[in-house]
Ligand binder design. Structure first.
Ligand code: FAD
Length: 452
């Protein structure tokens, strides 16, 4: 006979561990499984930066000091030549990523969740149009557990949702061009880092095509830095590790540095999944494509999806209704708190990825977009139409009107996509029509703006 839980969470990275913590705190019977053992939970390459606004929203302001490796006060964004620089102020932390995931999982266990390491989710059990549990594999044995809801938090593996019927919206596959392939190293520098509370991002199509390279100091660990590079997937660009070695690690600041850790992984950088839930199933974190499409940070927003999904499950199970409709509040919550901004930023990401180094240099050095605009863009996903208007007036004499007109149109489309997401369906029955509206807007944007 199979074991029975209220919820089975597959994957105990930050998204799964945080979901399990929320669900167990509400008194549900929760099982969390991961192919990793407890000690290796959270061990996945990362830049380790999390914005303070996410931590506040998630009730994680008081993280234990021993998992904080740096305090962040802002970020400098450099143009391709390095001559133009924007400073975007905003606080956050550099975390010990393994420490964070373990801390969240430990809290879930303390609230009553059961954890099984070295246990793989093999496939969902489906009957009557509902997910009813999971087939698991551990210690050379396959067995089944049943539950009212399964949460897929397996990151890029998408181990559960990818095995669901293709017409369930949670199973939607992403285009390879909507991934960023990122590689990073943790290094100890010979000399102290100046301004260790400031993260650095460098945009350059030559060095990091369709992405950027970063230099994130850990202010609490003398001379430690996280240095990495991401490129757009599906375009045949060189491996990010090769680019990092060719263009970045040969810079003087790395002379005599020692390598502590190295590794990379794909990061989904696209708009949100059209639904985080369906009958008996929910999906969170990278498995649900919840990453910020512009800067690729995904830890904070993955937990926002977990919070929304966990709250919706608690209410749905209270009513005894684990259908898509019963769980729908997860989508409303996610779209209100992050998904709409994510969708807007995804349009901007597509525009940025088409720009040449010359365009980027021009845009940054001529002051088309200023620090305050980037602040609004990163916090709310808003880039004011006035930015484009101002730019066109200011720069019409500077021989780049086509770029400016394009920026104006991008900003208009960002407003339109925001409107569409603000009208996200209140019930699953309206989803098909809404999805058509989104894909038409995107097609229109690609044809009339990007390829123009
Ligand atoms: C190089 C790089 C730099 C990054 N930098 C940042 C940054 O600075 N800030 C930021 O916020 N984000 C960053 N990200 C993104 C961030 O790491 C992810 O968005 C985040 O870790 C997603 O968490 P998750 O819990 O959804 O997935 P994961 O962390 O991938 O967790 C998935 C878990 O599922 C488990 N699993 C997989 N398959 C199965 C299975 N079949 N059965 C059971 N368990 C399974 C895995 O073992 C893992 O523990 C970066 C990513 C990369 C690659």
């Amino acid at each position: 006979m199979s074991e029975k839980y209220d919820v089975v969470v597959a994957g105990a990275g930050v998204a799964g561990a945080y979901a399990a913590f929320r669900l167990a705190s509400a008194g549900l019977r929760v099982l969390v499984v991961d192919i990793k053992e407890f000690e290796r939970i959270g061990d996945k390459p990362c830049g380790d930066a999390i914005g303070g606004h996410h931590l506040s929203f998630l009730g994680l302001r008081d993280l234990p000091r021993d998992i904080i490796e740096g305090y962040v006060k802002g970020m400098d964004i450099y143009s391709p030549s390095g001559r133009a620089k924007f400073r975007v102020l905003g606080e956050g932390v550099e975390v010990d990523r393994v420490g964070l995931a373990r801390y969240l999982l430990k809290r879930a266990i303390d609230r009553g969740a059961e954890f099984r390491g070295r246990t793989a989710a093999v496939e969902p059990l489906i009957s009557g149009g509902y997910v009813r549990g999971l087939r698991l594999y551990s210690g050379c044995r396959t067995y089944e557990v049943t539950s009212s809801v399964v949460v897929d938090a397996t990151g890029n593996a998408r181990a559960v949702v990818r095995r669901l019927p293709k017409d369930w919206p949670v199973s939607e596959e992403a285009d390879p061009r909507d991934f960023n392939i990122a590689y990073r190293e943790v290094r100890v520098l010979k000399d102290e880092v100046e301004e260790p509370h400031i993260l650095r991002i460098h945009v350059s199509k030559t060095v990091a095509p369709g992405g950027y390279w970063w230099f994130f100091p850990y202010s609490e660990r003398r001379n430690y830095v996280n240095v990495g590079l991401g490129i757009q997937g599906g375009r045949g660009y060189p491996h990010p590790r090769d680019l990092l070695y060719r263009y970045v690690l040969n810079q003087r600041v790395f002379d005599g540095s020692t390598l502590v850790e190295a590794g990379g992984a794909p990061v989904p950088t696209r708009g949100p999944l059209s639904s985080l839930v369906w009958n008996g199933i929910a999906v969170v974190g990278d498995a649900a494509y919840t990453v910020n499409p512009v800067h690729g940070g995904g830890k904070g927003s993955s937990m926002v999806s977990s919070l929304c999904v966990a709250n919706a499950i608690v209410e749905a199970l209270d009513r005894g209704d684990a259908s898509a409709e019963g769980l729908w509040e997860a989508n409303i919550c996610y779209m209100n708190n992050y998904g709409t901004k994510q969708a807007v930023l995804d349009f901007f990401r597509r525009f940025l990825q088409e720009l040449s180094d010359e365009d980027l240099e021009f845009g940054m050095s001529a002051g088309i977009v200023k620090e305050e605009d980037l602040n609004a863009l990163s916090l709310k996903g808003e880039l004011e139409l006035s930015v484009a208007e101002k730019a066109i007036r200011l720069l019409s004499g500077l021989r780049r009107p086509s770029l400016l007109i394009k920026l104006r149109r991008v900003v208009e489309y960002m407003g339109r996509v925001r409107e569409v997401y603000e009208n996200y369906p209140r019930t699953p029955s309206q989803l098909v029509t809404w999805r058509l509206e989104v894909s038409e807007l995107l097609r229109d944007f690609e044809e009339r703006v990007l390829r123009h």
